[in-house]
Design a protein around this ligand. Sequence first.
Ligand SMILES: [Zn+2]
Length: 161
Amino acid sequence: MPMKSMECPFCNVANINLRKFYENELFLAVYNLRPLVSGHCLVMPKRHVKSLLELNESEKRGLLSFLDRVIFIALKYADAYQFDLICQEGVSAGQSLDHAHFHVIPRKTDDGIAVAKKEWLEEFNKSERDVRKNLNTEETERIVKRLKLIVIEHRIQIEAL
Ligand SMILES: [Zn+2]
């Protein structure tokens, strides 16, 4: 399995560097291009793997702790206490990019997104494909800067997760 794929937006350093707010040696966290709600982030392995099932032993061991940390940051950012954690594996599950990733989506009771599973997934999938919802570079930079500040302010708490 190659480390990077030429066509993959998640392996594209310029694209990722604009959105990245947290990383370790194995994983990175970026702000989503088309956030469904405030604080909608993505977590992915740095290695280009299509499926979670292709993660190696150290990635498997490190994943949950890394997810914990990003969830902490995203919830702080959104001032939320609840979240959806979504991983779409394969076309039939809605996977649209060949680089495994999790969506971390802060949720609030008044966020206006249907709680019922069917409607919620429809809304999520629609939002993921709606290029009109793309954040511009300026908005992305502003949000990523705030996320990085949260990482600095809460570093001790985050690293204990
Ligand atoms: Zn990739």
